[in-house]
Design a protein around this ligand. Structure first.
Ligand code: SAM
Length: 275
């Protein structure tokens, strides 16, 4: 593999995948034939990239490490369907990058740098209209949160917001020995297929997110205490009325609410904002 002499940087979350069986299974979750478009985040030394482009797909890869970008560009010099962009996925204009090619829909494939996986997840959520599928390697613990059901210890903001918009499937667990350098934790590959319409009707999405984040802000506190402190612009009477309207006891905790209940609550709180 190219770049053998380049030392992995912890600050860039560099744990390179070396297990060809895992690489091939991840690539197999993406449709990667002629006419398919793939965005790869953090191609690194190109291990997954090679699997993704072998079937003739169009691929745009965004890599931050300036040591690796020239190697990748050299590898794909003669392949007009591959574009290597040097930059920070969190800083660049993602809609601008994707629309520049007048193609799509895009699939995202990534062995994400774990130190920025949560902001990247929110970036992908925000731009979901561009995507037909996401296939992401994440820290197993983050994967557990994304796929968690109400009432479980892993259920939280990520579970609610992703399950509202995607079918989320945990595809495989990947052990530390599949990477170099070897990470301390297990990883998981998840696939996400965007729903045509949100799983439940939420009205104002930004307000819905604020309610969900507020409900999980203090995990040991009741919903009542969390919502009072969430700065939603609703009086205590309004919060009590909204909870009663949805048949939700004020003493419950946020992690017990399903999507329908969150939607009802957010809509009822929104109706009482500024009263
Ligand atoms: N895809 C390669 C593989 O599977 O072997 C590398 C995966 S490694 C876990 C994460 C990659 O993301 C690294 O190459 C790292 O340099 C890159 N990276 C880190 N932060 C980034 C950022 N903000 N934007 C784009 N790439 C980033």
């Amino acid at each position: 593999m190219r770049g053998e002499g380049i030392r992995a940087r912890k600050s860039l979350g560099q744990n390179f995948l070396t297990d060809r069986n895992v690489l091939s299974r991840i690539a197999g979750l993406v449709s990667a034939g002629p006419g398919d478009c793939i965005l790869e985040i953090g191609p690194g030394k190109g291990a997954l990239t090679a699997f993704l482009v072998s079937g003739g797909a169009r691929l745009v890869a965004v890599e931050l490490d300036t040591r690796l970008v020239p190697l990748l560009r050299e590898t794909y010099r003669d392949n007009p369907r591959v574009e290597i962009v040097q930059g920070d996925i969190l800083e660049l204009d993602l809609p601008g990058l994707l629309t520049r090619y007048e193609e799509g829909p895009w699939q995202v494939a990534a062995n994400l740098p774990y130190n920025i996986s949560t902001p990247v997840l929110f970036l992908l959520l925000e731009n979901r209209r561009f995507f037909s599928r996401l296939v992401l390697m994440l820290q197993k613990e983050v994967g557990d949160r994304l796929a968690a059901v109400p009432g479980s210890k892993d259920y939280g903001v990520l579970s609610v917001l992703f399950q509202l918009h995607f079918d989320v499937v945990r595809e495989l667990i990947v052990r530390p020995g599949s990477f170099h350098p070897v990470p301390k934790v297990d990883s998981a590959v998840l696939s996400f297929v965007p729903l045509e319409t949100p799983r439940v009707e939420v009205g104002d999405e930004a307000f819905f997110s604020r309610v969900v984040k507020g409900a999980f802000a203090m995990r040991r506190k009741t919903l009542w205490n969390c919502l009072r402190g969430a700065g939603l612009g609703v009086t205590e009477e309004g919060i009590a009325a909204a909870l009663a309207h949805c048949g939700i006891a004020a003493g419950r905790r946020g992690e017990t609410l399903g999507l329908e209940e969150f939607a009802c609550l957010a809509n009822a709180l929104l109706a009482r904002r500024g009263e």
